[in-house]
Structures are given as C-alpha cells and as structure tokens.
Design a protein around this ligand. Structure first.
Ligand code: ASP
Ligand code: MG
Length: 358
C-alpha cells in the first residue's frame, strides 16, 4: 500500500484538485492507498486571523468567515458535477460551517480565545477539505484522523503519543479499503478527547505516521515544487531539483529552512526504511526527489544549501564554569523545562563557554 499526502496548494484551486483526482484514481487502480490532505491553501491562516478579529471585537470576522464559506462553495460547485453528490457534500460542509460560525460568535461575544478554542477552530480547514476530496474521488472512504492520531499535553504543548497512535492506526486499518481519505494535521488529546493538532505543516506528519504504522511501500508528498532543490530558487536562480537524498540529509535541510516537508515527518518513516517521494501535483510527470536510507549516486560533496531565519545563538560563559561538572545539565534542564528545542550545541574545550542555537 501507499500513502499520498497533498498539501494546501494541491487542494487550493480547481485545476490542482482535478490533478489530485487524476493522480489518486490512477494509483488506486494499482494498490490500496491512503490519501492525507491539508486544508485549502491559505485557509489555516485565515481561520486563525478570523479568530483574532473575533476575539478583538472586530465585526469584520463575519466577512472573513463568509469569504471562507464562499471559497469552499465555489470549489464544490465547480468540481462536483453529480447533483446528488453535490447536495450531500453541501449538507456536510454547511453543517461544519454552522458549528464554526457558532464558535466564532462565542469568541466574539466573550472576547476569549483559549488554546483549546483555537485548536478547535483551526481543525475545520482539514475537516472541510478532506470531505470535499472524498466526495470527488469515486468510491473513497472518509475517516476522521482524530480517532487514531493521539496527543498528550507535556512541556506546555501537545505532543504525539506515538505508541498509542501506532496501535490505533493499525487497528483502524486492519482491513484496508481501496482508497481512504484522511484530514491531515488534526489529532485528539488521548486524556481529554479534545481536538488538537500536530503543529503548522503537520499534515506531512500525519501521512508519515500512517505510512509507518501500516508499513507502506512508499510515502508520497505531493506539493507545488519539483522536490528538494539545491537551494531556495527564489534566492538562487540556478538551483535545480535533487534526485536523491538520504534521510539524514533531508532532515538537515528541512530543519534548516528547506520548507519542502515538515521536519518531524522523516523520523517515523526513516526507522521503518520507507522511502519518501516528493512530487509536484502541477507536474506529475517530473521525477521529484526520493529520500531513502542509502543514496547510490553519491558523487557530490554538497547536496544542498538552506538557510533559516528567527533563530538565536545563546552563549553562556564564565571562568567559574571551567571544570565544574553539571553546568551543561543545568542549562539544558532549564531549556527543557520551558519546552525549548536546541538545534545546535558547541562548547569550548577549556569549558569556559557553551553556545546553544535555539
Ligand atoms: N493546514 C495546516 C497548516 O497550514 C497543516 C498542513 O497544511 O500541513 O499548517
Ligand atoms: Mg506543508
């Protein structure tokens, strides 16, 4: 079986969503597939900004809300041609929008937007898009990812409960339908049952978790670029697509600014040795990039160059640190207690300073 994930731009326009339909229906003839979808491009940001308008008492939230309804309605009107299917889908989508409107109205009246409410609001993007895709793809079955992608609340954030998730995914797919459509990104708190999510860009992660649990033959990430490039093409015009990358190289590039895939995505498939293929929905014939354990064509010393903004280098220094055991432990404990992830560490050999990139 295969897992295919389609990002926001791949479901964002009529043209791209029809390309998705073509790709998915072709694949499904060959083997069972699970399709994970993001929200329509830009909708996650809009769900959040509309919540900000509502909480600050700005009436414009209603206009923003109607714009979202309109965008989904127009998409459905164009792509679903069968009248019964269309009516069915309109009922589902409008029921979701009715709930969402009530939540926004509550936020507006009470002027309160808790993390829990925000997580509930932002979940509608994928719930809407996946229902649209499911109605469009013939014979597909829609499942709610919140039934099996479970998080726990630790260090001030929602983190995946991977053991539970793995088990629940396997149980849920003990019998594998020909085509299953899943909303990416959204999850559920294992203790409270509240709706949570895997973080911005998290649909890739949903797909990787499902692929790993089901021992997929491959995880395909369908996006709007031809794969990983040697550099950011917006900065370096001569950048070109990299054919093959090792898991570790891909992890380094993603963590350091290449926005092709959400960094946590690689780990679950890497430990199962499941290759990741990055493909372009707008150019399905293109070869894309394949990420795997061992790269054959290994002649290049440098695989790619990426850069990152919004980072800080903290240097803790002082002669009183020299030879004192446990100083680094104290620094790292303080960071961990605040849920801060470290991506780079270096210490002077004389032990008088430690630098940490966060
Ligand atoms: N829709 C979510 C976001 O924009 C998740 C995703 O697209 O992967 O962050
Ligand atoms: Mg993404």
């Amino acid at each position: 079986m295969k897992v295919l994930k389609f990002g926001g731009t791949s479901v964002g326009s009529v043209k791209s969503i029809l390309s998705l339909k073509h790709i998915v229906e072709n694949e499904a003839r060959r083997q069972p597939i699970v399709v994970v979808v993001s929200a329509l491009g830009g909708i996650t940001d809009k769900l959040l900004s509309t919540a900000q308008q509502a909480v600050s008492g700005n009436e414009a939230w209603k206009i923003s809300f109607e714009e979202m309804v309109d965008r989904h309605h127009k998409m459905i009107d164009t792509i679903i041609t069968n009248t019964i299917d269309r009516e069915d889908l309109f009922n589902k989508v409008d029921a979701l929008f009715e709930q969402l409107r009530s939540i926004y109205f509550g936020v507006y009246l009470i002027r309160d937007l808790s993390r829990k409410t925000q997580d509930a609001i932002v979940s509608y993007g994928e719930r809407l898009s996946s229902n649209i895709v499911s109605s469009m793809v013939r014979g597909s079955m829609w499942r709610d990812s919140r039934e099996f992608i479970k998080t726990e609340f630790a260090h001030g954030k929602n983190t995946l409960d991977s053991v539970l998730t793995n088990k629940l995914v396997r149980d849920a797919f003990a019998e594998l339908p020909r085509v299953t459509i899943l909303p990416g990104f959204i999850s559920c708190d294992r203790d409270t049952g509240e709706t949570t999510n895997l973080g911005r860009g998290g649909s890739d992660y949903t797909a990787a978790l499902v692929a790993a649990a089901l021992n997929a033959e491959v995880l395909e990430i369908w996006t709007d670029v031809d794969g990983f490039m040697t550099a950011d093409p917006k900065v370096i015009r001569s950048a070109y697509t990299i054919d093959e990358l090792s898991y570790v190289e891909a992890m380094e590039l993603c963590n350091f600014g290449a926005k092709v895939i959400y960094p946590p995505t690689i780990y679950p498939v890497c430990i199962k040795n499941i290759p990741i293929r990055v493909k372009n929905t707008f150019n399905p014939e293109g070869r894309g990039t394949i990420i795997k354990g061992k790269v054959e064509n290994d002649s290049k010393a440098i695989r790619g160059i990426s850069s990152i903004k919004g980072t800080t280098l903290i240097t803790v220094s002082g002669l009183s640190m020299v030879g004192v055991i446990g100083v680094n432990r104290r620094i790292f404990t303080a960071l961990a207690d605040h849920g801060i992830s470290v991506f780079l560490v270096s210490q002077a050999s004389s032990e008088n300073s430690t630098s940490i990139g966060v």
